[in-house]
Design a protein around this ligand. Structure first.
Ligand code: PLP
Length: 386
């Protein structure tokens, strides 16, 4: 059976060129990067070269990049680390459309008595700037707003959000897991103090990410041990994954413009084909300020009594991997918190599908997916294919 992967927002396959770069680090250059002998120094050299590539990719200094086990850990380190180090300020401002790796630490801290505001978003998923201005004040230690949303692709105006945070004397963190390699990232131009990255969304290995921390920003470590990563993130450095991360980022930056326009045309063609078949379909996210590879659609609940998860399963039976955006929490399938925050009703939010394109997809896939979606939906609605 033909299989088509359209879930690159969840993860991407490892680029074979990245695998080639990592392979020697698993065997030959195996030394502990913190050892002083030549084995250690060889590993250290690879690690620091990787750090340099990542730093350059975001316009930072190498000393401002801290490797972590992924995006989740980097988000947690940003939030817990800043809040632990904050002396007088107790508040965090974030949004309702953030990834769980930001929402959950914030909810945890709210439970411990910190003042946390979860800002509303507009119907396109962008943060309500007036609400942001109202909430950020003298007690705010940290504002955390993602650069681009993983479900809808909506891009936030983080430069102006950072400006509002700074005016109030707060620090600004952004989760750039989805935008890295897709949008130009310059930490100085954007004015961010902390930024999260993850390798496996850009054809790099799983289990490694990084937190950019602007020089001088106080962040307490969450782990205590051997003092690696300048004390911010102890634990023996994972040199092979760091090398893979840097290679993946380097390729992503080199190929960014060409690949983005290719993905945009695949995405836009699929959107057109779906609209032709189902004119009532709703496209979620900002039509202009959106990542090029994400198409997130909802079927209006009143007209289409279908569950996104059943849709995902039926598409999977046709060999097509997509996602509904629902979070499976303790056996119950909840509609996406992002789509709900954008104001969709629960039934419509449940009938949501996210397609995310990547390197392996072609225009031929678009026609096939549109055709199968048409068949699947009409079958689920028990209507003849149109
Ligand atoms: N932040 C965003 C926006 C994401 O999409 C993801 C992954 O789904 C994460 C954080 C978590 O990253 P990781 O899987 O590397 O822990």
């Amino acid at each position: 059976m033909r299989r088509i992967y359209l879930d690159h927002t969840a993860t991407t396959p490892l680029d074979p060129r990245v695998m080639d770069a990592m392979r020697p680090c698993f065997s030959g250059t195996f030394g502990n990067a913190s050892s002083v002998h030549s084995y250690g120094r060889d590993s250290r050299e690879l690690l620091e070269r990787a750090r340099g590539i990542i730093a350059e990719g975001v316009g930072a200094e190498p000393a401002e990049i801290f490797f972590t086990s992924g995006g989740t850990e980097a988000d947690n380190l940003a939030i817990f680390g800043v809040m632990s180090a904050a002396r007088e300020r107790e508040g965090i401002v974030t949004s309702r459309a953030e990834h769980h790796a930001v929402l959950e630490p914030c909810r945890y801290l709210a439970g411990k008595g910190k003042e946390v505001s979860f800002l509303p978003v507009d119907p396109y998923g962008a943060v309500d700037i007036d609400a942001l201005r109202r909430q950020v004040g003298g007690g705010t230690a940290l504002v955390s707003i993602m650069h681009a949303n993983n479900e809808t692709g909506t891009i936030s105006g983080i430069q102006s959000i950072a400006g509002i945070a700074h005016q109030a004397g707060a620090l600004f963190h952004t989760d750039a897991v989805q935008s890295a390699g897709k949008l130009p990232l310059d930490v100085r131009g954007l004015g961010v103090d902390l930024m999260t990255l993850s390798a496996h969304k850009m054809y790099g290995p799983k289990g490694i990410g990084a937190l950019f921390v602007r020089r001088g920003v106080p962040v307490d470590p969450m782990l205590h041990g051997g003092g690696q990563e300048r004390g911010r993130r102890p634990g023996t450095e994972n040199v092979p994954l760091a090398v893979g991360f840097a290679e993946a980022f380097r390729f992503a930056l080199q190929e960014r413009e060409e690949e983005s326009s290719r993905l945009r045309s695949l995405r836009d063609s699929l959107e057109l084909r779906i609209r032709e078949a189902f004119p009532e379909v709703l496209v979620n996210g900002d039509r202009a300020e959106r990542l090029p590879h994400i198409l997130n659609i909802s079927f209006p609940g009143e007209l289409f009594p279908i569950e996104g998860d059943m849709l995902v399963m039926n598409m999977d039976l046709e060999g097509i991997a997509v996602t509904s955006g629902s979070a499976c929490t303790s056996g119950s399938l909840d509609p996406s918190h992002v789509i709900l925050a954008m104001g969709r009703d629960e039934k419509t939010a449940k009938a949501t599908l996210r397609f995310s394109f990547g390197k392996g997809n072609t225009m031929d896939d678009v026609g096939y997916v549109a055709e199968k979606l048409n068949v699947v939906i009409r079958r689920m609605l028990k209507k003849p294919a149109g």
